[in-house]
Write a protein that binds this ligand. Structure first.
Ligand code: KG4
Ligand code: ZN
Length: 345
């Protein structure tokens, strides 16, 4: 089954063409991504209106590029998959309107899918041996949640953030120590070049059900302000590196604490970490070290938002969910545990 995947939920326009046989047999024929980093950098965050306009400009170019790259014609494909939510409404509408138009023009069915469910299935793209059930830690710029994944659409929520997401905690902390938006990957790279830190940050909300990063964010802001004051303005490279180490350690620790607890309580041994923050090496190292478990991660390009995970999910849904259940309604909020369970998924 040949499927075109379109992703425009936030600030990356991503498109992919895949050949799908099953979860474990997916061939990526071509994939393209256009990051809008340079558009939003000066604003310190994503500007929805600018992101939507950029998607509109990027989509025809990227779609043409994947068909050319895969040497496939639009009439040869079976489905178009497009992200309908969660995400920025204006951005989602661009992707959905484009997919509908392209579908009408080429008489192709369009399947709307959930972006977080895409991240939950993304590890299959690079780990064909992965099997249900597994425990998923979804960590991105906007989401931090743990689910038991028993099959397509069969998700049991274990924990979700009650305030900031892990990616936001990385990005906002990175900004405090002088990195431009988004900053998370740079903070992580700096932290990885140190092996210890004299700075102590509080262990976050260990007894609550959900994740919370707001207290940690305040503690980080106070610590950085104290060190800047002590240094008379800006801290030395050494102190900056040690701060980055302490910040990464505390965010990863908060994620691991709840993930380990969920693993113990459910007894599930297949673990996945997915979403932008799953590119973090320290997080991967600590998840891989969990005793008696098998850890699976997407490749770096599939940690971030990408079109292949959307195409894979659309293919799986096309195969397992009756046609009448596919909707193209755009939803800014759309928790995955509310999705219908696919028979035979
Ligand atoms: O999944 P994603 O590409 O987009 C969203 O759906 O949000 O995630 C982007 C987030 C950003 O906050 C970025 O700073 C973070 O992932 N990120 C990282 C790393 N690479 C990306 N955070 C920590 N360490 C990294 N290596
Ligand atoms: Zn994402």
């Amino acid at each position: 089954m040949l499927v075109l995947g379109i992703e425009t939920s936030c600030d990356d326009t991503a498109v992919s063409l895949i050949d799908y046989q099953s979860y474990g047999a997916v061939k990526i024929l071509a994939e393209e991504i256009s990051s809008q980093y340079s558009i939003h950098r000066d604003y310190g965050g994503v500007v929805p209106e600018l992101a939507a306009r950029a998607h509109l400009e990027n989509l025809p170019v990227l779609v043409a590029a994947v068909f050319k790259g895969a040497a496939v014609e639009p009439q040869d494909i079976d489905y178009i998959g497009v992200t309908c939510g969660p995400g920025l409404k204006g951005c989602l509408l661009m992707g959905v309107a484009f997919a509908r138009g392209f579908g009408l023009g080429h008489s192709l069915p369009v399947i709307g899918v959930n972006h977080i469910e895409g991240h939950i299935l993304a590890p299959f793209l690079d780990n064909p041996q992965l099997e249900f059930p597994y425990l998923a830690l979804v960590v991105s710029g906007g989401h931090t949640e743990i689910h038991v994944v028993r099959g397509l659409g069969d998700y049991e929520l274990i924990a979700r953030t009650i305030d900031d997401a892990a990616g936001e905690a990385f990005d906002k902390s990175a900004n405090l120590i002088g990195f431009e938006y988004p900053g998370g990957p740079q903070l992580a790279a700096l932290a990885d070049s140190f092996d210890s830190s004299p700075f102590e940050l509080p262990k976050v909300m260990r007894h609550s059900e959900g994740f919370s990063f707001s207290g940690l964010k305040t503690a980080i802001a106070l610590l950085v302000a104290r060190e800047k004051k002590a240094a008379g303005g800006s801290v030395s490279d050494e102190i900056r590196g040690r701060l980055a180490f302490a910040i990464q350690d505390s965010i990863v620790d908060a994620l691991l604490f709840k993930f380990k607890k969920a693993q113990k309580e459910t007894g599930i041994r297949n673990l996945i970490v997915t979403g932008g923050v799953s590119a973090n090496k320290e997080l991967r190292r600590r998840v891989e070290a969990l005793p008696g478990c098998h850890a699976f991660f997407p490749s770096t390009q599939h940690c971030m938002d990408n079109g292949s995970m959307i195409a894979l999910l659309a293919a799986a849904r096309a195969e397992l969910v009756p046609a009448a259940e596919h909707s193209l309604a755009v939803q800014a909020r759309w928790p995955v545990e509310t999705l219908p369970i696919a028979a035979g998924g």
